[in-house]
Structures are given as structure tokens and as C-alpha cells.
Ligand binder design. Sequence first.
Ligand SMILES: Cc1cc2nc3c(=O)[nH]c(=O)nc-3n(C[C@H](O)[C@H](O)[C@H](O)COP(=O)(O)O)c2cc1C
Length: 363
Amino acid sequence: MYALIRPLLFRLDPETSHRLIFILLRILYRFPGFGGLMRTFNANRTPKLPVKLFGIEFTNPVGLAAGLDKNAELIGAFADMGFGWVEAGTVTPRPQPGNPRPRLFRLTDNRALINRMGFNNAGLSVFIHNLRGHDRPCPVGVNVGKNKDTPDTNAIDDYLTSLRATYTYAGYIAINISSPNTPGLRALQEEAPLAALLAALKQEQAALASLHGRYLPIALKIAPDLADEAIDTIARLLLAHRMDAVIATNTTVERPGLAHEPRAREAGGLSGAPLRARATEVIRRLHATLQGKVPIIGVGGVSNAEDAWEKLVAGADLIQIYSAFIYRGPAVVREIVQGLAKKVHAQGAKSLAEAVARARAEK
Ligand SMILES: Cc1cc2nc3c(=O)[nH]c(=O)nc-3n(C[C@H](O)[C@H](O)[C@H](O)COP(=O)(O)O)c2cc1C
């Protein structure tokens, strides 16, 4: 189905086709039975491949990465498409328009995207309103960021505001300090500011857990553009602060293998196939220190089961995709889960975790 509409969508500017699809899905979901139809063609044909991690049961390990559903408008639709879970956002406390358009570019021959969206979103109150309407048994991560006009010295306040506001609605919170499109944001990955941020988050998490009688996991999303020593420092901080998970990685400001591609000169973060190898390296490096004590969500250039397997064996526990979904549509989710289920079966393992553990031990 997606193969049929893709040529039409790809004739339009990428952001226009994104908006068009969202409008279309919102209209179609007004018809009773449309969700059921989506599930029949997608979610129900996706094998169950359960993963239990930080207290959450995921029906399969493939999640939708942050940035596609910034305002939590279509979580149910993505669940119906077969995703094991959805990470919505990035949401900032106050609405903001993001950067001027054009700000999203396709590098179709390279199966890549470049974006400099700049956290365009409708703000916390709209996000929460949408999230409250979510009725599928699909875990939802809430990815939070800082408003562009919040001074860097007050960045922590923005994260705490969003943590408090979404605490009772989220399955987990993802702290985004790795978007390249908000000036100064990535500086929060440096040792001293990161230690202060993590300490503040853990303190607030403990207070909110006793207030609401429920512990909400917090994950940290990091960039691929970090030196090895910086990755090691982050890993040590994640352990020291008992963080619940790390998401590796966000988009890259590098242009690996794209020197001759004129479109690659656009400013912004690169995602898709050219990011794959670097994101896997970051996961491998994190895993060397974390040793499974802090789960890793692997993201960056995954477009088939082999790519997903590569990240799992390198140390990831779950996988997310974004760019491959733009290029291939919902079928890619099913294909990845089916491919992983085959690997589990071939190994005679009882679960994905067991199959991955065996493959890691063989390395
Ligand atoms: C258009 C676009 C917007 C994105 N927006 C966000 C965002 O708001 N927050 C975030 O944490 N990551 C965002 N990302 C990064 C993705 O979540 C993901 O980390 C990255 O694209 C790598 O995965 P992929 O290669 O499968 O696309 C965005 C990516 C794209 C392409």
C-alpha cells in the first residue's frame, strides 16, 4: 500500500507530505473500523516478540523513534501499524514554531534525511491532552526537550517541568540533550552539566514516585558525535546516577560517505543509512562500560532485521526506527520483527534476549 502512495508523497516537499499523511490519518481514524483495518494489515501480522525492560512489557522490540509524532497525535495509529512502542515528542514546556522552512530534506539515493526542525511542537498542554486520549496497550515514551528561548542556565527547569507534567501519562521519559538543532543543547552532555541534570532528575523522580505510588523510568538520549572518552564518561554517569536507560543515538552533524552529495551540505542532523555504523559503534562503546546494568535503546540507520540484529548484538536491548519508516512505510516494522523472530527460532532460544545473549557470547 505504502509503495503505491510513496511516489506521490515523494513528489511533495518532505514536510508537506508529512503533514498530509497526518491529516489523512486523522480523517481516516474518524471512521469506525479504520483502526481495526490497520491492525488487520499490520499489527496483527507482526509476530509477537516480547521484551521486558525497565518494568515495561514491549510486544516487540521495534519502536518508533522520537520526532515523527511530536505532539502525540497519532500514537494509536502507529501502534496499529505494528510498532512495539512509540516515543512521542520532542515536546517542550511551551509551544514553539521551530526553524524556518525548508528544514527537512530527503537524500533518497542514500536512504537518509537531514533535518533542522528545531523542536517545532505545540507544547506540553496540547501534548498531554493528546496523550490522555491514547487507548492502545502500547507503551509510550515521552521525549522532552528545552525551549529555544529558555536560557541555558535554566535548562534543567524545562526538563523537570515536563517530567512533572507528563509523569502520570508516560510509560517512560526520554531526556533529549542531543538534538543538533537547538543551540547549546548538546553542551548538556558534558560531564559537569550532565551530572547536575541527572542528579536533579533522579531527585525529582524519587519525589514523584512516592507522590504517585509509581516509578517512571527515565532514559537519556545521546548524540553520535561524541569522542570515545566522552561516551565512557556518560556511561559512568549513567551508572553512578542509576539511570534507567540510554538511547543511542540522535542524528549526526557529520556527513559520512556523503562528500559528493550536494544535498548533504544542508545544515542539520543526518539520519538513516549513513548513520548506521556510527550509531552501532556508540552502542558497542556504551555496552563495554554498562555491561547490561543500564539498558540501551539502539537507533540510527536501522532499515532491516540484519541492521537491528547488529545493534542488538552490539549491546542494544530495543530498537527504534525513523528514516526507514519514511522510505519503506509500516511494512518495514513487520519485516524487522519477522527477521528477528526467525533468528530467535534458528537459535532454538526462548526469547530475543536469550538469542542475543548467545550471539554476544559467541563474539
Ligand atoms: C525529521 C526528524 C525529526 C526528528 N526529531 C527528533 C526529536 O524531536 N527528538 C529526538 O529525540 N529525535 C529526533 N529525531 C531523531 C530520531 O529520533 C532518530 O534518533 C534518528 O533519526 C536516527 O534514527 P533513523 O536513522 O532510524 O532515522 C528526528 C529525526 C528526524 C529525521
